[in-house]
Design a protein around this ligand. Sequence first.
Ligand code: HEC
Length: 453
Amino acid sequence: MNYPLWSIPGLGGSWAVGLISVIHVFISHFAVGGGIFFAVTEYLALKRSESNDLTLRHNSEMLYAYLRKHSKFFMMVTTVAGAVTGVGIWFSISLVSPDGTASLIQTYSLGWATEYLFFVAEIATVLVYFYTWDKVSKELHLALAQWYAVLSVFTLIIINGILSFMLTPGGWIESKAWYEGFFNPTYWPSLILRLLVMLAIAGMYSLITSARLKASESEDVANFRAYMLKYSSKWFIPVFLIGPIVGFWFFSQVPQAVITNIFTGIQSSGVGNFSILARAIYLSLILSGTVLVFALVGPYLNPRGFSFGSAVAFLVCGLGVTSMSEWSREMLRKPYVIYNYMYSNGIRKADLETINKDSFAAFSKWEDPDNIGVSMFRQQCMICHTTDGYRSMKKLLGERDLEGIKTFLLMMRETDPEKNSYLNIMPPLVGTDKEVEALAEYLITLKPVKLGV
Ligand code: HEC
């Protein structure tokens, strides 16, 4: 509670973060998966160029020409869009969730610094890689691709520690030792799962550039196009075979309370639809399954019939699956931003008692003494609610009158799950009686005025 709040009318801040992040995830996963794709495919091209078999040597030439084109697309997407959305995430999270962001920076300063070194090296390498086609030996060019792949995997190795830390900080909560938070219970399954997904995403993007090859140009190009489409679809196989097992491993490491929350929703209250999380997870699984089946019957079994439009449809589905899984992962740890440590609204679990004793005003540097109710709402609720847009108070307050709202808020102050059934979706309300009263009085003004009949 050391920072002012940035609110986006109608949408709410978390959606802004979500939209930018999903695009970034889709591109950054391509940056890593694509790196491995170049290293492997260029290796194949080099080996084939040394072969005695004429057809293999011809295939090698085509592969080189393809990789050269694909690398331009790759460089543009990852350096321009990847970097812009990456910076966008920092901008948006530091405005929407300043305390959470500050915690992440303070706990992992060295981690972030290392991450940025790898980023810079990664971007430098991809530029050198693209601009040295035909200027250096084939062996050296392949070494650049391999070097890029190593660097980009390292960016994942680091960021994965920080992302998984937020869901399962593990022993860090007690010890505050960075390595316990970094190599936390979901670190390994999440690392492997992301790597597998990255390979599939690399395949998706290469379906796009392969489908752009003009089959009508010659029989030769048509054959190569079919070969490339089939080759790209094989990049889906690892996640298809190993993904489910690793997914299971991932969920086995998530706290039991979180799992229960997914499936039961909040039955005792009016918000049973919170099990929308369960639906999102199912939908994401079904959609991934569908993408994989289509990869098999489409580009794998019938590459000649696979059009550019289908490749784009694949990419859109991929973006859909990515959005849904990242959204679910974020929802899993609600109402925390760092599980069991800091709530989404930036209040630390450990500070609850002090705030209730002293007052929220003493704690928050941004409470306006003339508008306590508004300040309470902005600081404690607006990270998830808007006044009359997404998840609006106007709608959610329902039929409650001032007394009803007060009763609801009193319940929200409870930290015992028996008494407050909203604890697994909303942080407990904190503040003195006077402050809670002021919040209730502000909330009632958000409700539409009912004209008497
Ligand atoms: C971490 C996110 C989060 C925060 C912070 C949060 N809420 Fe909520 N709240 C939710 C979610 C999710 C729902 C369920 C929404 C739905 O059903 O569409 C909800 C539902 C509600 C409801 C409707 C409950 C019902 O059953 O009728 C009210 C009222 C409400 N919140 C008030 C508040 C107030 C007041 C605050 C601040 C003191 C607050 N919330 C803070 C996430 C949050």
